[in-house]
Design a protein. Sequence first.
Length: 161
Amino acid sequence: MNTRRLLGALALVVSLDAHAQLEQLYGTWKLLSFTRNVVATGESANIFGTAPMGFLSYGRDGRFSAIIVGDSRPKPADLSKLTDQERAELFKTLIAYAGTFTVDGTQVVHHVDVSWNENWTGTSQPRNVKLEGKRLTISVDPQKGVDGKLITSVLVWTKVE
């Protein structure tokens, strides 16, 4: 087999594998865990509790949406009488954003159109992905956290059937 045919066959295999991976990604995923790791110390914490709730959806139209909430969010008795402290607690236990996405090998890039955090709106957020059957693990490369520490995050999801 000449080099051109070999390279063509290899490109086809890579293309088919990428297509199969994308097909696996489409759909809705339910959050199982969300762990934050401090790079300098190795300290690990479940910042949204041991049973956070969340959903992540990837559509065939190239759009995604994500919402994550902590496991012990306070339930206000009367929304019209929320204090600033109660509003702040609700905000601190929420992540929500949506936009378009692109896939490049083992990375999904979220192109954020709208977000609970205006610092993310209009940005691209790269995510490392690992698909294993009905389990999706998403991690981020080291980045500065809200406390200024260099952190990574790992989120584990399961496919919603």
